[in-house]
Design a protein around this ligand. Structure first.
Ligand code: 5GP
Length: 132
């Protein structure tokens, strides 16, 4: 069965898409730790990130770097934390988490409850920043 992220790639389920090319997709995490928390995935469905071939792995990180630049601009955060966990969804993904202090990137924190409108507005700002 396709992963939930493959279903997002195929637009079978909705997500707030931030950026896309032929190999990679970035979209907002549905349960963000901070405003702008984004997931970056390869479209190819591979569970464990270090099972990706080298070209896809390096491309994924370069794609994530562009998104991190937009996140920093849009959220005015100090840093963008980069994390790979992959315990919930078996489709390789990088978490990009705008942070101002260490505790912002603690996955044990309660998740933000953002409305669809807020998520949509963040995604729009990120897409605009990426297009400049
Ligand atoms: P991990 O696999 O890295 O432990 O966590 C998976 C992440 O994917 C979680 O932060 C979770 O909120 C996010 N997530 C799970 N299902 C969905 C979904 O359907 N849509 C979006 N946008 N994010 C999801």
């Amino acid at each position: 069965m396709a992963s939930i992220f493959s279903r997002i790639v195929k637009r079978e389920i909705p997500a707030h898409i931030v950026a896309e090319d032929d190999r990679f997709l970035a979209f907002l995490d549905i349960n963000p730790l901070t405003k702008g928390h984004t997931l970056v995935i390869p479209k190819a469905e591979v569970d464990y990130i270090y099972d990706l071939d080298d070209e896809t792995l390096s491309g994924l990180h370069l794609f994530a770097k562009k998104i991190a630049g937009a996140l920093k601009k849009v959220t005015a955060c100090n840093r963008v934390a980069v994390a790979v966990l992959g315990l919930e969804v078996p489709h390789a993904h990088i978490h990009l988490i705008p942070m101002n202090q260490m505790s912002d990137a603690n996955f044990s924190n309660p998740k933000l409850k953002l409305s669809g409108e807020e998520l949509s507005s963040i995604a729009t700002s990120l897409r605009q920043a990426l297009s400049q």
